[in-house]
Each structure stands twice: as structure tokens, then as C-alpha cells.
Design a protein around this ligand. Structure first.
Ligand code: UD1
Length: 357
């Protein structure tokens, strides 16, 4: 089988790190990088660190408005699909690269398999929510990480081709665990285990609203412990544009590599983030998480008591972090998973591909 996998943004590289090798062991893969993320720290460094195969093609689309960026990807992907004639297109997550891959494949009648299908925040103001809904409704195979995701799809009438496979990000975490075990990145910043917080902010809803951004920075300031703050390029620009000063307890750094980020989360007292991936990674590392959003796609992390949603409110950030410090027992509900990537390959093989005309 010839499968075209489409990646472009950092979290997609982390997911492909698990799926690509499993695919390549038995099939031929055309790996396409749209070029959505192009900074070394956001892209090429991760290929080396996670052992991801070099992309066969990089479309080099770079940044732009949603329309321009997605349109450039769409044009490039359509041409590539016509040239390489894949049996199936594999898309990941909810970025503009995901929706461009879905649209290009659907118009050419190439079956689509969506990894991390069924997630919903029920907030259509988020660009990611729009991307998810479109991608799911165009996909023939929908690989869900959680039971909640399966239920979300059923509510939208999508039941065919839906498979609960577990989380491919957990596969990557397990594969990288020997390196994670020996990493101690916070030490280089003079931070002591469980005496610092780690924070990331990059969602448009948070970065593009100077008031929200200021309120979150004030919440981080009031935590009263050092806060390791790896800054996404979008956030860096937003902080400069809004003329905001970073509180003195923030230890600003460039985006960390995968292993260092997971180890920094493991050793932190608390994580404050608006990232989807980090909410799960904090949970897997058993570090409490304060999510600076109004909703989450990862309900299970909240239900288990390890994650709290606080919006961008400084008082609520502080209160949630303090409550975690007091809580002695949190429930432990992780089920061990059989490799999600292996299940994905098995399902792709079992899937009856419609004959292409
Ligand atoms: C994208 C995804 C988001 C995901 C995130 C992971 C969409 C709609 N959003 O958001 O779901 O959580 O990736 O990081 O696809 N920039 C750089 N260098 C880069 C990449 C971006 O400087 O390598 C800057 C540019 O100013 C750019 C801005 O960041 O305009 C936003 O980048 P973009 O790729 O549009 O979205 P992300 O915010 O990274």
C-alpha cells in the first residue's frame, strides 16, 4: 500500500514519530511536510531528535493568514497527490496542514485516514475546531484517542470507520522514555525539582488578546516560584507587539526539544498551558496541570483531577495551582495502552480501499 502522510506543525511531527516507522515496516510512505512550521526548534531539530524519516517533499509554505497558508498547501498537495497516486492519505490532528490534506484528498477521491479524530472543544471560534470538524467529516477511517472522541463523532452521525486506537503521543513518549529518564533540563536554568512551574502559551485566543495575555502573565507572576517559560514564536511576537514586560520570576527560553520538554514537565511542581499535547503529557508524567483555556478536548484529564480549566484569569490560575499543592491524593486512571500506531497500521490494512477510477 502507498500511503501519503501529511505533517507540518510541531505536534504532528511528534505523532508521526510513532506512526511513520510502523507504516514503513510494511508499506511505502510518502512523507510530506507542508512547511507550516519552519524554525529549527519547531521542526528540523525534532526530526533528528525523534528519528523521524526525512520528508520526501517539503512544500515550504511558511506562515500567512489562514486562507493564504491553507490555499498554498492545498495547491501543493493536490499536485503531489496527482503525481504520486497514493492509496490513502494520512492526516494528523487539527492544524491547517490537516485540513488542507483532507480537502485535497477528498476532491481527488483519495480515502483519508485521520489520526486523532473526534476531538471537540465545541468552540467554533478556534481555528483548530473548524479544521477538526472538516477533517473528520471527510475521512473514511477515523482513529480516535479516547472514548469521548468516539462519542463526539457518533453525535455528528459518524460511526462508520471509527476506531478507538489510543493515543499515538503516548507511543512516542514510551519510545523516548530511556532518554527522558536521564534528562534534567531544568538544572541548566538553576531550577530545583518540584520547586518550579513550567508554562507555555501559544493559542491564538490567548496570544492575540493583549488583555488575556497580560492577565495570564500576572497569574504566572503570582505563583511565587520560578516559571520556566519556553516561548513559541507566535507568543514572542505577541508579547513584543503588546509591549508587555515579563515578570521577574519567569525564566524565558526558546522552545525546548521533545525530551527536555517532557522531562521539564515531569520535574515541575505544576504545568500552566494552553497546549493540547501538554495537558496529556503532564497527566502521563503525573504533574498537575492548570489549563489556561475555557474548554478542553481532553476531558479525561480534568475528570481524573489532574487538570483544571481556568480561562485566562490570574486569580483562578493562582487558586488552581494552590489547590493542587494542598491535594494529597489524585485519582490514577491511566489504562496501559497497546501501541496505537500498530493498531493504526492494522486497521489501514483491513480497510477496503474503494477502487480508484
Ligand atoms: C499551529 C496550529 C496549532 C498547534 C500549533 C503547535 C493551526 C491553525 N494551528 O499553531 O493547532 O497547536 O501549530 O505549535 O494550524 N511562526 C514562526 N516560526 C515557525 C512557525 C510559526 O515564527 O516555525 C510564527 C509566525 O509568526 C506565524 C505564527 O508563528 O505567523 C503562527 O504560526 P502558525 O503555523 O500559523 O500557527 P501556530 O500558532 O504555530
Amino acid at each position: 500500500m502507498k500511503i501519503m502522510s501529511i505533517i507540518g506543525a510541531r505536534p504532528q511531527l511528534i505523532k508521526a514519530a510513532a506512526v511513520s516507522p510502523a507504516l514503513r515496516a510494511r508499506h511505502s510512505e510518502v512523507l510530506v511536510h507542508t512547511g507550516q512550521h519552519y524554525d529549527d526548534r519547531m521542526s528540523s531539530d525534532l526530526f533528528a531528535e525523534l528519528g523521524i524519516p526525512e520528508p520526501d517533499v517539503n512544500l515550504g509554505v511558511g506562515s500567512g493568514s489562514h486562507g493564504r497558508q491553507t490555499a498554498a498547501m492545498l495547491a501543493g498537495l493536490e499536485e503531489l497527490m496527482l503525481e504520486t497516486k497514493p492509496d490513502c492519505v494520512l492526516i494528523y490532528g487539527d492544524t491547517n496542514s490537516t485540513v488542507a490534506g483532507a480537502l485535497a484528498a477528498a476532491k481527488l477521491n483519495v480515502p483519508i485516514a485521520h489520526v486523532e479524530a473526534g476531538l471537540r472543544s465545541f468552540n467554533r471560534h478556534m481555528p483548530e475546531e473548524v479544521n477538526r470538524v472538516v477533517a473528520d467529516h471527510l475521512s473514511s477511517l477515523l482513529f480516535c484517542p479516547t472514548e469521548t472522541a468516539v462519542r463526539n463523532l457518533a453525535k455528528e452521525g459518524i460511526v462508520r470507520g471509527v476506531v478507538l486506537v489510543g493515543d499515538v503521543m503516548l507511543d512516542t513518549l514510551e519510545a523516548m522514555s530511556p532518554a527522558i529518564r536521564t534528562a534534567a533540563p531544568a538544572r541548566a536554568f538553576g531550577l530545583k525539582n518540584k520547586q518550579y512551574a513550567v508554562a507555555t502559551i501559544h493559542r491564538a485566543e490567548n496570544t492575540d488578546d493583549p488583555q488575556r495575555l497580560a492577565s495570564m502573565l500576572s497569574g504566572l507572576c503570582r505563583l511565587g516560584i520560578p516559571v520556566l517559560f519556553p516561548v513559541h514564536p507566535r507568543t514572542s511576537k505577541a508579547i513584543a507587539d503588546a509591549g508587555l514586560a515579563l515578570p521577574a520570576n519567569l525564566v524565558r527560553c526558546e522552545p525546548l526539544g521533545y525530551v527536555d520538554m517532557i522531562a521539564a514537565v515531569r520535574d515541575a511542581r505544576v504545568v500552566v498551558t494552553d497546549s493540547g499535547g501538554l495537558q496529556k503529557e503532564a497527566f502521563w508524567m503525573r504533574t498537575p496541570c492548570v489549563t489556561v483555556r475555557d474548554e478542553t478536548e481532553w476531558l479525561e484529564t480534568v475528570e481524573s483531577g489532574w487538570n483544571v480549566l481556568v480561562g485566562a484569569d490570574a486569580d483562578r490560575i493562582l487558586a488552581a495551582a494552590a489547590a493542587f499543592a494542598r491535594a494529597s491524593v489524585l485519582s490514577d486512571t491511566t489504562a496501559a495502552q497497546v501501541g496505537a500506531s500498530a493498531l493504526i497500521v492494522r486497521e489501514l490494512e483491513a480497510f477496503e480501499l474503494p477502487a480508484r477510477s
